[in-house]
Design a protein around this ligand. Structure first.
Ligand code: PLP
Length: 397
């Protein structure tokens, strides 16, 4: 069957589960910070596959690694040792506070593994405690357990009852977290920068306080670095800004530059999963891990976290300047290349569609909030281009 340009949206409407309100854009190619649609139009991509394409689209190091690995060994099973998996494990452990790692295939799966570890911890060390305290407006995934961990009731409603063992408390509120802790609590799980709900930063004192509370109470502290990790906030891992180390943290999204992957990592003292406790058919596959080695290697070699900090600071200053000229902007937030601004009206979706008309890809996390999580390789020229386009759009709203 010959497919014309027009067919794609019709095919989606006919065959795909009605899970996505897609934008009218058929993307067929990407290179660096730009993508092209099926009509040949190019776009500056300030969303980067939702914080996945950290090295931009089709980075030569990732393409080369995938191509080489695809010719060598794509998949076996975790019944055997494979070399890219162990190379990536070594790279991540030697560049973080963790001692052990398990590879999964997505962020939700990585968090599921961390949650299982926390439950086993509770069983072994806290009298069978199983409850995990999370934060309001957090996002931890779409599987049942990670959805229950997600502090946004709007996502729970259609699927209730949620699995037991999760309670969410206001973010940046240590007293609330302490009040929610009981004999049933085994862990606290937080994003250092909440991404999906619109880039909300944890306070330094809050994180220090949570770490201390977990130490006092014998609770595991889990940081979800799935969106904020991989150099995006200006450090390789976002908790490094605060000098606070978790017992467990999770990675996914940018870890393999666009190839599906996830991981949970833990300190030796809490690495309590043993043979038979957990597993994965695809997790840690040679293909994904080869892409991961290329991605992490490039981030570290090229100091892309430092670059993110510099370009992010430049972009934040530009957004603040925009705010000073547009009364419509209520607030600007950001850390490195996790950036957002709130509008005073519910026009974020309109800003996104106007952006597309002008060759700019943005994301609205809610009716009033625009998020930008561009590739870490963008430069000042791309930031200037994005800001100039947003400036034009806001002037016309
Ligand atoms: C902080 C965080 N955790 C977990 C997830 C879930 O990751 P995935 O969609 O790969 O399951 C996301 C996805 O947006 C996320 O931002």
């Amino acid at each position: 069957m010959q497919l014309t340009t027009q067919n794609w949206q019709e095919l989606e409407a006919k065959y795909y589960m009605r899970t996505f309100n897609r934008l009218p854009l058929v993307l067929v190619r990407g290179e660096g910070a730009r993508v092209w649609d099926d009509k040949g139009n190019s776009y500056l991509d300030m969303v980067a596959g939702l914080a996945v394409n950290v090295l931009g689209h089709c980075h030569p190091a990732v393409v080369e690694a995938i191509t080489h690995q695809a010719r060598t060994l794509i998949h076996t099973t975790n019944l055997y040792y494979t070399t890219p998996q162990l190379e990536l494990a070594q790279l991540l452990i030697e560049n973080s506070c963790a001692d052990r790692i398990f590879f999964a295939n997505s962020g939700a799966e990585a968090n599921e593994g961390a949650l299982k570890l926390a439950r086993k911890w509770g069983r072994l060390n806290r009298n069978g405690a199983y409850e995990v305290i999370t934060a309001d407006n957090s996002f931890h995934g779409r599987t049942l357990a990670t959805l229950a961990a997600t502090g946004q009731p709007k996502y729970h409603k259609p699927f209730e009852p949620m699995p037991a063992g999760f309670v969410s408390v206001p973010f940046n509120d240590l007293a609330a977290l302490k009040a929610a802790t009981g004999p049933q609590t085994c862990a606290v799980m937080l994003e250092v920068v909440q991404g999906e709900s619109g880039i909300h930063l944890a306070n330094h004192d809050y994180l220090v306080g949570v770490r201390q509370w977990c130490n006092e109470q014998g609770l595991l502290l889990i940081f979800d670095e799935i969106q904020a990790g991989m150099g995006r906030t200006g450090k390789f891992l976002s908790f490094e800004h605060h000098g606070v180390e978790p017992d467990v943290f999770t990675l996914a999204k940018g870890l393999a530059g666009g190839v599906p992957i996830g991981a949970f990592l833990s300190k030796e003292a809490v690495s309590i999963l043993s043979a038979g406790d957990h597993g994965s058919t695809f997790g840690g596959s040679p293909l994904a891990c080869a892409a991961g080695v290329a991605t992490v290697g490039t981030i570290l070699r090229e100091d892309l976290a430092v670059h993110s900090a510099e370009i992010g600071a430049y972009a934040l200053a530009k957004l603040r300047d925009l705010q000073s000229r547009h009364d419509l902007i209520a607030e600007v937030r950001g850390m490195g290349l996790m950036l957002a601004f709130d509008l005073k009206t519910e026009s974020a979706a309109k800003v996104v569609t106007e952006g597309l008309k002008r060759g700019l890809i943005l994301n609205n996390t809610g009716p009033q909030t625009i998020r930008m999580v561009p590739p870490l390789i963008i430069g000042k020229a791309e930031v200037d281009e994005a800001i100039a386009t947003i400036d034009l759009i806001l002037a016309e709203l």
